[in-house]
Design a binder for this molecule. Structure first.
Ligand code: UDP
Ligand code: MN
Length: 296
């Protein structure tokens, strides 16, 4: 499938593209859309504080204009859950999600994409594969962590990408809040928008930073990402042995994200359109499907 990538992310301020590697980046001090709110509930995910080279800052600031957030009923939703070895979480997520979606009258598929055992985790690939496999029956996706259990959430189809998670209820009971920069947890995005941004990069290992990369892909494709300030979820504790991804990945992922932010990575070359995989097993349960995959 060809991907319309209609904004050139590489607009160096001067000289050839390789210069991007060396140009100094500066923090965006403020977000031009700061303070904006839709229905007193939804606000743009902030771009203040991101360090960008001048060409990238210009591209982003011209692409990221106000776009109204509205919701459309009666569209087909696919919830895609990236998954490895979190049975307890899944057992809590599925009933809560099913009840919430039923109550909201949303036509849905819940698809858990599980990677073959023995490979390093790759959240971006699992989400790309899930979106590819279900594209024919989907109008919009919700890319949904297995440990985010909805308490108050709006699963309707948004006109712009929307992060549903803001307020967290933790296992210890004390409340936590996601920052206005975060773009992960549970994110609803229309199919055409996900494909226009070419989904996630396939080259982030473990998990972490692939979500920032996705956020920038959407911005560069001309969308305005929002969050729901009222969205409230239970945050299940991570299994101890999984904890956080390996340290070596963190550095690698940071470098990868920096390539995108410097205009040195072209999303059209790596993402939904290029992910290579094989389906090993597809099991239909009463309320959800589980698809086990292997990638090449
Ligand atoms: N995940 C998983 N198995 C793993 C690591 C991650 O299934 O070994 C998936 C799962 O959907 C999880 C998401 O990736 O919710 C994000 O990971 P995690 O919850 O550890 O992130 P954090 O809590 O640190 O934001
Ligand atoms: Mn977690």
């Amino acid at each position: 499938m060809s991907v319309p990538y209609f904004l050139d992310p590489v607009t160096p301020s001067r000289g050839p593209r390789w210069l991007n590697r060396w140009l100094p980046s500066k923090r965006l001090r403020t977000d031009p859309l700061q303070g904006l709110s839709v229905e007193g509930r939804y606000a743009p995910v902030s771009i203040a504080n991101w360090k960008l080279i001048p060409g990238m800052a210009r591209t982003l600031l011209s692409a990221r204009v106000f776009r109204q957030l509205s919701f459309t009923a009666d569209r087909r939703l696919t919830i895609v859950v990236p998954y490895r070895d979190r049975e307890q979480h899944l057992a809590q997520l599925v009933p809560a999600l099913t009840a919430t979606l039923r109550q909201q009258g949303v036509r849905r598929r819940i698809v858990v994409v599980e990677q073959e055992a023995g490979q390093p985790f790759n959240r971006g690939r699992l989400l790309n594969i899930g979106m590819q496999l279900t594209a024919d029956t989907t109008d919009y996706y919700c890319l949904h962590d297995v440990d985010a259990v909805p308490i108050l959430a709006n699963y309707a189809c948004p006109s712009q990408p929307l992060r549903l998670v803001t307020n967290l209820v933790t296992a210890h009971g004390e409340p936590k809040q996601r920052t206005c920069h975060y773009f992960s947890g549970a994110v609803s995005v229309r199919k055409d928008q996900a494909f226009a941004a070419n989904g996630f990069s396939n080259d982030y290992w473990g998990w972490g930073k692939e979500d920032d990369d996705f956020f920038f892909r959407l911005l560069l494709a001309g969308y305005l990402c929002y969050f729901d300030a009222e969205g409230t979820f239970r945050d299940l504790p991570n299994p101890e042995q999984q904890g956080a991804p390996l340290r070596s990945y963190l550095k690698q992922n940071r470098n990868r994200r920096s390539l995108l932010l410097r205009g040195l990575a072209d999303p059209a070359e790596d993402g939904l359109s290029t992910v290579k995989y094989q389906v090993l097993e597809h099991v239909e349960h009463a309320d959800y499907e589980k698809i086990r995959v292997r990638w090449q």
